[in-house]
Design a protein around this ligand. Structure first.
Ligand code: UGA
Length: 435
């Protein structure tokens, strides 16, 4: 089938590449000329395992190409995806400016029937507005359908998530559009769940909120574990073994971050208030998430006492491992907390350093060339992101390099017994026996 995808960010680019991988002809459209130029030269603007290979392979097979022209995309495809950013506004609601603009631009070039699919994460009822906008701005009165098809891929394993989805949600009230969507997704051999447009939009916000709720739930339990002498890892295993609960997303840590959960939870709260049915539970999810990092910083302060002029090594800056994404990263917030208190921060991340520099985050932190170099003369080592490189580090060497062998493990990545044997004072989350 012939597909175009407007917006070549994380979701747009990975979706386009994977559609091409299964045999469709895909045009990825973006209004950023530099990005399109780079993509045309084979340069991938994000780090995502496996993506580069898929892009290179499908471009070489002439099934994937890049352009700046929406008209080019719309003219040469049966299905047009919208995958542009939906950034947050100050009050938590979503800025739908990009979606609205793309809807108008599609309307301006629409010459024959197309299925317009909203892939971006949007508040419920956005599809109605997109359809209304296209109808209003398409002077020729061309027939079209709007479909909601939310994406559930995770950064860091986006390609494999997209190639092996648990389910595909398609919100539509048109048999014609549904037939095309089913054909498009046939190669993925996953269950297709058909709903109305509003329900599909809600599924996305409800899914992300539920996952964030699970994380905040276990983080709240971690605080009770610390206060009572229990071990949160054992509690998570114990409750997670119940199939109704499940073990995934019960990993305690410094809290959730990234470009999705914080934004989507705020947006879901905003839309629920707008609809007159405030979702107050989610406010508590946000509070617990904030408190988790604050409690961790307090633990560092309680142990090291005054942080001013203390040399602290921080391993990990990305919002989670296997990505170079540092947007809304709790690790970055933590570094800034330490810097505010006057600490000298020596930070290292396997993939996120370039983005930290580009976005001018953690101003004042010393960005080091390697994990081991970052520990030089440090009075404490903080693990903020659970990269496997940190798990596999040579802790004897780390101990020799450090001024005082103290570890604050914000992701419960390491084995307390091994570190204790090596002479470390080790503090984790929700494990009172960690010290
Ligand atoms: C999330 C969802 O998992 C995807 O299904 C969704 O498609 C995506 O948002 C989106 O809306 O685009 P992502 O933000 O890439 O994906 O990352 P996750 O793996 O969900 O992690 C989010 C945050 O939660 C990270 O900061 C991670 O460290 C944290 N987390 C995750 C925990 O603290 N504990 C856990 O058990 C799991």
């Amino acid at each position: 089938m012939d597909i175009s995808i407007i917006g070549s960010g994380y979701v747009g680019l990975v979706t386009g590449a994977c559609f091409a991988e299964v045999g469709h002809n895909v045009i990825c459209v973006d209004n950023d000329h530099r990005k399109v130029d780079a993509l045309q030269k084979g340069k991938i603007p994000i780090y995502e395992p496996g993506l580069e290979e898929v892009v290179h392979r499908t471009v070489a097979a002439h099934r994937l190409r890049f352009t700046n022209s929406i008209e080019d995309g719309v003219d040469h495809s049966q299905i047009v995806f919208i995958a542009v950013p939906t950034p947050p506004q100050l009050d938590g609601s979503v800025d739908l400016t990009y979606i609205e603009r793309v809807a108008r631009e599609i309307a301006g070039v629409l010459k024959e029937y197309r299925v317009i699919v909203d892939k971006s994460t949007v508040p419920v009822k956005t599809g109605e507005k997109v359809a209304e906008t296209i109808r209003r701005y398409n002077k020729a009165g061309v027939d079209f359908d709007v479909v909601s098809n939310p994406e559930f891929l995770r950064e860091g394993c986006a390609v494999s998530d997209l190639m092996n989805p648990d389910r595909i949600v398609v919100g539509s009230n048109s048999d014609r559009a549904l037939a095309l969507m089913k054909k498009l997704y046939e190669p993925f051999m996953a269950p297709i769940m058909v709903t109305d447009i509003n329900s599909a939009e809600l599924i996305k916000h409800a899914a992300n909120s539920f996952l964030a709720l699970k994380i905040s739930y276990i983080n709240a339990i971690s605080a009770i574990c610390e206060a009572s002498g229990a071990d949160v890892e054992k509690v998570a295993d114990g409750i997670g073994a119940d199939k109704r609960i499940g073990r995934s997303f019960l990993n305690t840590g410094l809290g959730y971050g990234g470009s999705c959960f914080p934004k989507d939870i705020a947006a879901f709260i905003a839309i629920s208030e707008h609809l007159g049915t405030p979702f107050t539970l989610l406010k508590e999810v946000q509070n617990i998430n904030r408190a988790q990092r604050e409690r961790f910083v307090k633990k560092i302060r309680d142990t090291l006492w005054v942080l001013r002029d203390k040399r602290i090594c921080v391993w990990g800056l990305t919002f989670k491992p296997d990505t170079d994404d540092v947007r809304s990263s709790v690790a970055i917030d933590l570094v800034n907390d330490l810097l505010r208190e006057g600490a000298i921060v020596q930070a290292y991340d396997p993939k996120g350093m370039q983005k930290v520099v580009e976005l001018k985050l953690c101003k004042g932190a010393l960005l080091m060339n390697s994990a081991i170099e970052a520990t030089e003369n440090a009075e404490a080592l903080v693990i903020a992101t659970e990269w496997s490189e940190f798990q596999d580090a040579d802790f004897e060497q780390v101990s020799n390099r450090m001024h005082t062998p103290i570890i604050f493990d914000g992701r419960n990545l390491l084995d307390p017994a091994t570190l204790k044997e090596l002479g470390f004072r080790y503090y984790a989350i929700g494990r009172s026996s960690g010290a």
